[in-house]
Every structure is written in C-alpha cells, then in structure tokens.
Design a protein. Structure first.
Length: 393
C-alpha cells in the first residue's frame, strides 16, 4: 500500500511513547524472570509511577517482589523526549548497556549487598538479570508518612536515620565498593550542573511554565555553589536519601531503599531529606502549626548534627547544606514540570506540579539569601521563613 513503508520509517525515528517504553520494560522483566526462575509461575502487577526508572510489582511463585528497569541509566523523561535517539537506537544501546557491569542497576544491586554487609537494613536482593533488579518489599511507613502524621517526631526520625547511616557508611568495605562503582547519577550537584549547563540549560528551563523565575534561581545557586565546600568534603554518602526511601517497620530500626552510594560532603544526604520534607509541606500544606513543628524539628536535628563543629565550620556546613537543598528542589520540580504527556506521575509528583508556583516562589525568594553578604545562620533562617510562607500560600 503506497505510503505504508514511509509511515513505518517515520514512526521509527519518533521518540518512543510511554506505552511503548512500559511494554518493553515489562517484557524485559518477563525475560529476566524466565532466566532466574525458569519453572516458576510469574504474574506482573501494578506499575509504580516513577520519573526515573520503570518499577513494577511482580509475583513469582506467590512471592511478592519489586522489579526495576533502568533505560540507559537516565530518566524516563529523557528517553521519552528523544534525547537518547529514536526507539530502535534506544533499544540497541540498551542491549549493550545492560551487558556492562557498570549498568546503573548492577551497581545498585552491589550497593544493597555491601550495605547489608555493613549492617544497614536494606531490602533483600532477590535477583539481578539482564538489567532487571528484583528486590523484596519492605513493611512499614515511610519517613514522610510518619512526619505528616506526627510532625513533632521530625527531629527523632531524622536522628534515628542519621545514626543508622553514620555507623554503616563508615564501614571500611563500603568505601572499597563505592570507589570501584559509585552512582554519581544521583548526586544533587552533579544533576544540577548537568541539567542547567550553559548550552542546554536555558532550553530545558523553557520547557517549564516557570522558566523565567527559575533562570534567576539557577544563576544564584550556581554562584552560591562556588563557595568552597566545608571539610570533610569526600565521605561516603547514601546518595538518594529521600523520606520515601526510609521506612520504619514496627520494630523501630529503619530500612533504607534505593541507594546511590558515592563520595560527597556528608551534608548532601541531609540536604536531600530537608529538600523533600519541605517540598512535601508546600505540595500538601498541613495546618501552620504542623509546618512549624516540622521546620523546628529539622532545625533541632541540624543543631545536634553540627554541635561538634567550630563556629566557622558550622557556618560553612549550613551554607553548603542550604545550597544543596535548593538545588535539589530545583532539580525535582523542573523534572516534574518537564515530563512528556502520558508518563504517569505519583500522587506526590502531581501535588508538586499543582503547587509549582508556590515552590518556584520559595526558590526565588530564598536563593538570594545564599549569595548575599549575610551570615549563614541568617541565610538559613531566611530559607526557613520562605519555606513556611510557601506552605501557607
């Protein structure tokens, strides 16, 4: 039929659709389960909305698992916008990518095993094959859920998580694993500097409805980040420490999921926790007294975490942490706002998009404090004030 071949050729060079990517990932999961458990009965379940990887529930002989597929180690939005080429190119490159021991999920599987050896509670790895990572589910509520239900527990759960991590992340064996196979893809500063570089950064910001405001935010945060980081600047950190990645089972000891181990300043983990807790307050505003309780809990935790530092060291730590906080918030809000149509978002991401104006206003009003000639304590206080006001809008 005339035109059929050219139509197929045109489809081949278009960016892939969300449905096409999801179907491909599901097939990869089925192929991996056939290889790992060739005689087992397998049933694929719900897809967990994610902007980074394809995550899907799977039942293998009655055993509930989570399966994760990463395409080329980049976000799903990057794939769907066509930044990695057309669909045949993505699939061809994916075959080579998952065959490498440096594939993202191969490194994550190694990190989970290393953290388990270091004494940290992490999900059990059920298997890794052909670029698909299978892990067992973890019971319990997330840190974000606990803080939302009981804001007065904020400092306690932050102390608890920090104490567990501090012991495990100092394990000598862990440093060897991290130096051999880090996951810098989950670095706050690395992601920020990659996304908002001088070449493609303006184009990326233009894809969001708040690009004009965010351009000024990015400029100020780049300037603030040039301030020398406090020492020690290169410790092993968890790397992707979000409130939803810390689960509290009934026995009290937290379980940590989705690690992205790397070397960075230790305040990087705290910065991502603070960023996402504050973002939760703005996206789903609680009563004002609850907002104040969470912010006071964060401040109490930071005061305890920096009590051993000198005044100068504490000031540098606070400035660096606050800069990373706002950088991470900028990273994630632009990620959500630039997602191609058809990619399912989690309820949390949908809430952030709905309140993006308040988030961007907070970033616009808080970021000047980090570049002005004022003390780090005053800058930190200014950021907290803007966070509280954004949640009250």
């Amino acid at each position: 039929m005339p035109g059929s071949a050219s139509t197929r050729d045109l489809d081949a060079v278009r960016p892939p659709s969300p449905d096409l990517v999801a179907a491909y990932a599901a097939q990869q999961i089925e192929d991996a389960t056939d290889s790992l458990w060739p005689t087992a009965s397998v049933r694929l379940g719900h897809i967990i909305p994610s902007v980074t990887s394809h995550v899907q529930q799977v039942t293998v002989e009655g055993r509930e698992l989570y399966a994760k597929v990463s395409l080329l180690g980049v976000s799903l939005g990057t794939i769907l916008r066509g930044s990695c080429g057309d669909w045949p190119t993505v699939k061809a490159n994916q075959d080579a990518y998952v065959a490498s021991p440096s594939a993202l999920l191969a490194r994550e599987a190694g990190h989970l095993s290393a953290l388990d050896e270091a004494g940290l509670r992490v999900p059990a790895v059920a298997g890794y094959r052909h670029g698909v990572l299978f892990t067992e589910p973890v019971p319990g509520r997330t840190m974000g859920e606990l803080v939302a239900a009981d804001p007065d527990c904020t400092a306690d759960v932050l102390h608890l998580a920090a104490g567990e991590l501090d012991t495990a992340l100092r394990h000598r064996r862990l440093a060897v694993v991290v130096d051999r196979s880090p996951i810098p893809e989950r670095s706050i500063s690395g992601t920020f500097l990659r996304k908002f570089n001088g070449i493609s950064g303006p184009t990326y910001l233009a894809m969001t409805p708040h690009g004009g405001v965010l351009h000024g935010v990015v400029t100020r945060l780049r300037r603030a980040y040039r301030t020398p980081a406090p020492e020690p600047a290169r410790r092993v950190v968890f790397g992707d420490l979000k409130p939803e990645h810390v689960l509290l089972p009934h026995d009290g000891r937290p379980v940590f999921i989705d690690p992205g181990l790397m070397r960075a300043h230790p305040c990087a983990d705290t910065a991502k926790l603070v960023s996402r807790l504050v973002l939760g307050l703005i996206a789903c505003p609680p009563p004002p007294q609850h907002t104040r309780a969470v912010l006071d809990g964060i401040t109490a935790h930071l005061t305890a975490a920096t009590a051993h530092l000198s005044a100068g060291e504490r000031a540098a730590w606070l400035h660096h942490m606050a800069t990373l906080w706002l950088m991470d918030t900028t990273n994630i809000v632009t990620t959500y706002l630039s997602q191609p149509p058809g990619l399912p978002l989690s309820p949390y991401a949908t809430a952030v998009v709905a309140r993006a104006g308040a988030v961007c206003r907070m970033l616009d009003l808080a970021s000047p404090a980090l570049t002005a000639r004022r003390s780090s304590r005053d800058a930190w206080s200014a950021c907290l004030v803007e966070a509280a006001q954004a949640a009250a809008l």
